[in-house]
Design a protein around this ligand. Structure first.
Ligand SMILES: [Zn+2]
Length: 538
């Protein structure tokens, strides 16, 4: 009897163990690591893509030795362009070019007289010795028979050759479209530069990317982004085709970056969602937001300003969507439960967007202003008061600081990129890169946030250094604040129990090194959903 009971108990135990090991999902421990947000812990226990525990010497079915690396919540880019970034990896990269002749050399290398469009991106005449727009003749000299189409670094201007003008049927009789400008010579002939909505006159003739192209761009983009330590991004303007590709990648278990999609303000892209409401798939795709362009950009003098440009006294910039239209859309989308993100660069665009949100706003929608670059003093507190999130890209500050005083003049240039003022008033600032406008490298973003200097340490002491972020704020901007702005802060963006297991593992503690050393920090591991998607290879 005694014996029998023993046998039975052992059997029960035996089966119980089998049952537990079968039903219990496999656990993984990240061991031998430093966790700046949990200084007394050295390991993180994961299961099913989530954090189960954080503590000392935890054990699990499987262990990953992080070799003393510093574990941060997975870095998140709050504003970039996923397909555009992937595509840029296949285009002529003109970022950092210092003259027209350098660009001519690059173009001539790709010139094969075929009818395939030579596309490039990243030129910036403000970085050249002769600061003026280039011309079609510059390109004709090296590429006469093949269309050449080169977008400016901010995407708000395009430079083309004569072949493109003839393909598109553009000549001195072509009128400027609303919200756009064709730059002309003294006789009214187009010089080859197109600003803002005028770019559409050309875009419609460029052979469209197929869905196969787009899928390849996304796969290239995510691989590169994972290398930079990014585990999630906010896609600032997503079309329905891209959403379907992302769903396909999720199904194929191939998506290695979480995407918060801000839908394009285009009926074909948002109509389905307006009818059916927001969507979240496997915590890899979030659709709960619509992006609307309001004004242009500063580089091309399209940002909408309260007072005219200091270097163009007749010009206050432009709006690419009318104020009435923006107001109408905010009402419609908020009513349907969607967050609205409005692109605003100039101080007037920002003020009007705040007015619109004030009229229709409910803090629950966490409406956002993308870029929020130039903000009048009177409008700083309104962001926090109205619950409107300024979604900013610190690296734009250090790219623009060389010339923005010419655009704005000394009396108002301090209104540019006022991070500290916004943070002091209570706002959070989700941080992004606007890639492919800038590099998506989040360490460059952190460096710009805490120094307001370029990589050559210029200017001494930083550009309006009183507006710098602290290192803690800069880290929050690409972790928890990014999560908040996509309604995910209760399960994403921090290292806490039950949060998603996304981590960026560095070889240094960002809070303990000199700010100047931040760009040199190495990404040791990028972990998404508990899986290593990038590993540093020495
Ligand atoms: Zn953007």
């Amino acid at each position: 009897m005694k014996m029998g009971r023993f046998v039975t108990t052992t059997h029960v135990l035996f089966y119980a163990i089998i049952m537990i090991s079968c039903n219990h999902p496999k656990t993984t421990v990240l061991s031998n690591c430093n966790i700046p947000s949990h200084p007394s812990a050295n390991s993180i226990l994961l299961s099913n893509g989530k954090i189960i525990d954080i503590g000392s010497n935890l054990s699990a079915d499987r262990s990953i030795d992080l070799k003393g690396g510093f574990v941060y919540p997975g870095f998140s880019d709050s504003h970039m362009h996923l397909v555009g970034y992937g595509k840029s990896l296949e285009k002529l990269d003109l970022v950092g070019t210092t003259s027209v002749s350098e660009i001519k050399n690059i173009v001539s290398d790709f010139y094969d007289k075929s009818n395939k469009w030579i596309e490039g991106r990243g030129w910036d005449q403000n970085d050249w010795q002769k600061i003026k727009y280039p011309t079609k003749e510059d390109l004709d000299a090296v590429a006469k028979e093949q269309p050449v189409y080169l977008r400016r670094i901010d995407g708000h201007a395009a430079w083309v050759n004569s072949k493109v003008l003839s393909i598109c049927g553009i000549d001195e009789n072509t009128e400027d479209p609303d919200g756009g400008k064709i730059i002309r010579d003294e006789n009214g002939y187009p010089t080859g530069i197109f600003i803002d909505n005028a770019i559409d006159l050309i875009e419609k003739f460029i052979p469209k990317d197929t869905s196969v192209d787009k899928k390849r761009y996304i796969e290239k983009a995510q691989e590169s982004l994972n290398k930079f330590g990014l585990t999630s991004i906010h896609d600032a303007g997503t079309d329905i085709e891209t959403i379907n590709i992302l769903k396909e990648l999720i199904q194929e278990n191939k998506l290695s970056i979480r995407v918060n999609a801000m839908l394009n303000n285009n009926i074909n892209d948002y109509n389905f969602y307006l009818k059916n409401g927001s969507e979240r798939i496997n915590n890899f795709l979030f659709v709960n937001s619509v992006k609307i362009y309001f004004d242009g950009a500063m580089g091309s003098r399209g940002a909408y300003l309260l007072e005219p440009y200091s270097d163009d006294k007749e010009n206050v910039g432009l709006t690419v969507t009318s104020e009435d239209e923006v107001r109408k859309k905010v009402k419609i989308f908020n009513k349907a439960g969607f967050q609205v993100a409005i692109h605003c660069i100039g101080d007037k665009a920002n003020r009007i967007a705040l007015d619109i949100f004030e009229d229709t706003n409910n803090k629950l929608y966490r409406n956002r202003i993308e870029h929020a670059q130039i903000i009048h003093e009177d409008d700083i507190d309104r962001f926090f008061d109205l619950g409107v999130i300024p979604s900013m890209q610190s690296i734009h500050c250090t790219s623009d600081m060389y010339w923005i005083d010419e655009r704005l003049g000394n009396n108002r240039v301090h209104r540019a990129y006022p991070w500290s003022s916004l943070l002091k008033s209570g706002s959070i600032i989700p941080g992004g890169s606007d890639a492919p406008v800038e590099s998506p490298d989040p360490l460059l973003g952190i460096y710009a946030s805490i120094t307001r200097k370029d990589l050559n340490n210029w200017p001494d002491g930083g550009w309006f250094p009183e507006q710098c972020m602290t290192i803690d704020q800069a880290i929050s901007s690409i972790t928890e604040w990014s999560a908040y702005s996509m309604f995910a802060e209760k399960f994403y963006g921090s290292i806490e129990k039950n949060y998603l297991a996304d981590f960026t593992v560095l070889n240094q503690n960002l809070s303990e090194i000199d700010p100047e050393d931040v760009p040199e920090v190495n990404i040791l591991y990028t972990i998404v959903n508990g899986k290593i998607v990038y590993q540093y290879d020495q």
